[in-house]
Unconditional design. Structure first.
Length: 467
């Protein structure tokens, strides 16, 4: 563990307590350490073991501050949104984090001079603390430029509150080649209820973001230049495209190898049998109904593809006899896996994904094409981006002719083979495109690449600014 007192500029990282927000910031810590900066990560007691394990081979310091207790409806001891009994409790959880502010400020008092901090957009109250201590705050959202730009334009243009039907396709003047519907956006953007906790939270987040020094974007310029340029010109604060953080930037550390999961042996065996495998996973957060699990199961069974399916919750049951019927063609895993390791495995040739932004980037970096099955938040926009904009996959939902309608197994059956090994031009194009983008992504973060240079510029600017 590195010492906090050091001659190198000190950067504080404060991730939001959700795996999809924490993982990329911990990866970003490595980008900063590579620049010889001193890094301190703030976490909470229950999240500490995950943070420590993720950075075990680095010199980052890890400090925890108490998480608020007695949050209405949230069982005590839950300090991460992926452990919430229901996603409907998200805003109560996020709003309660403001009660950490006094502890955070005591820590700022105790630390030597902090050059800048990178805190999650959901921790809006850190801006006030940053201002009190004269520290520039960079905000981190973990979304694509595409999703941020489309949300912004759609809100500005009024289409979200306009008379259109939910799935009627409309065009935004600024991006005329994109046709989207209200269904592509979360309800909080379409029908915010003033005075509600959700509305108040959104307002706090938006206002603190606008006043922050800049925005750290986990993406690379070459992936979405039009949307980056748009945000760079039109929005505050300025975006800094310095990712993808999942790209491999350093040689594997010399550590005791972790015990490989049994699924890696199973994947090795599939490679020996010259079979390709579809990796199926829906992130750390989203709820999946029994009906959707059933459609996925039928789709996988009938598609005849080999698959490795990670099912997050024990209570999400599979149809009777499913495991027996698919036999050794499929493997179901009910524990936390190293998703990057799976995607990098040579047997994995496709990813059925909810299109959380980290999953999209991890798939791109591994050169694996995507079958998009979005479930919530900005995943519908990411899925559209995957299919229409960057062309590294197909959306399962459009196969049924419906947008955000109930996705049926037929789409999965039809597209899984086409994605991984079909002879159609469509399949070949996405497989080629994702391989090309993998090379560009990995180059962007290497010495001299676009993200590498942008991060150098940012560090120079922010460490030399008189704030
Ligand atoms: N993840 C993982 N193992 C799991 C489940 C998830 O490593 O068993 C990681 C995944 O690699 C990604 C993150 O958790 O880095 C999930 O982020 P994403 O944006 O894809 O989805 P979210 O969980 O935020 O919906």
């Amino acid at each position: 563990m590195g010492s906090i007192a050091s001659n190198h500029p000190l950067v504080l990282l404060f991730p939001f307590m959700a795996k999809g927000h924490t993982i990329p910031l911990l990866q970003f810590a490595r980008f900063l350490l590579r620049r010889d900066l001193t890094v301190t990560v703030i976490t909470t007691p229950a999240n500490r073991p995950f943070v420590v394990e993720s950075l075990r081979d680095t010199t980052a310091s890890i400090v925890d501050i108490p998480f608020p207790d007695e949050i209405p409806d949230i069982p005590s001891g839950i300090e991460s949104t992926d452990k919430l009994p229901s996603t409907s409790l998200f805003h109560k959880f996020a709003a309660a984090t403001a009660r950490m502010q006094a502890h955070f400020e005591r820590l700022l008092e105790a630390l030597p001079r902090v050059s800048f901090m990178v805190t999650d957009g959901f921790l809006w109250w850190t801006l006030e603390s940053a201002s009190k201590f004269g520290v520039p705050r960079m905000v981190f959202y973990g979304m694509s430029n595409y999703a941020v730009a489309l949300r912004r334009e759609a809100t500005k243009s009024g289409i979200l509150r306009g008379p259109q039907h939910e799935d009627e396709l409309v065009t935004l003047t600024r991006f005329p080649w994109i046709r989207l519907s209200k269904n592509d956006f979360d309800s909080v953007f379409k029908s915010p209820e003033p005075q509600s906790l959700t509305f108040e939270f959104q307002m706090n987040v938006v206002s603190a973001t606008a006043k922050s020094y800049g925005m750290i974007v986990n993406s690379f310029y070459e992936l979405e230049p039009v949307f980056f340029d748009y945000l760079n010109e039109e929005s505050a604060p300025k975006p800094w495209c310095v990712g993808p953080f999942c790209a491999n930037i350093v040689a594997e550390p010399e550590l005791q190898p972790r015990k490989p999961g049994t699924w890696i042996g199973w994947l090795d065996q599939k490679v020996e049998e010259k079979c390709s495998v579809l990796y199926v996973a829906f992130g750390s957060q989203a709820e999946i109904s029994t009906e959707k699990i059933r459609e996925i199961a039928i789709g996988l069974e009938r598609s005849r593809v080999n698959f490795l399916w990670v099912i997050r919750k024990k209570e999400w049951g599979l149809p009777d006899g499913f495991i027996e019927r698919v036999g050794n063609r499929g493997m179901v895993v009910r524990e936390w896996v190293d998703q990057r390791e799976i995607l990098m495995h040579e047997g994995v040739k496709g990813f059925l994904s909810h299109c959380g932004w980290n999953s999209v980037l991890e798939s791109i970096c591994a050169g694996v094409p995507i079958l998009a099955w979005p479930l919530m938040a900005e995943q519908f926009l990411n899925a559209r981006m995957v299919e229409e904009e960057i062309k590294v996959g197909f959306r399962v939902e459009t196969c049924n002719g419906s947008v955000r309608g109930f996705v049926k197994w037929e789409g999965l059956t039809k597209l899984a083979r086409e994605l991984m090994e079909g002879d159609s031009d469509k399949g070949k194009q996405v497989r080629n495109k994702v391989k090309q983008l993998a090379a560009v992504a990995n180059k962007a973060v290497q010495d001299g690449g676009s993200s590498y240079q942008a991060l150098d510029l940012l560090i120079n600017q922010i460490c030399n600014c008189r704030y």
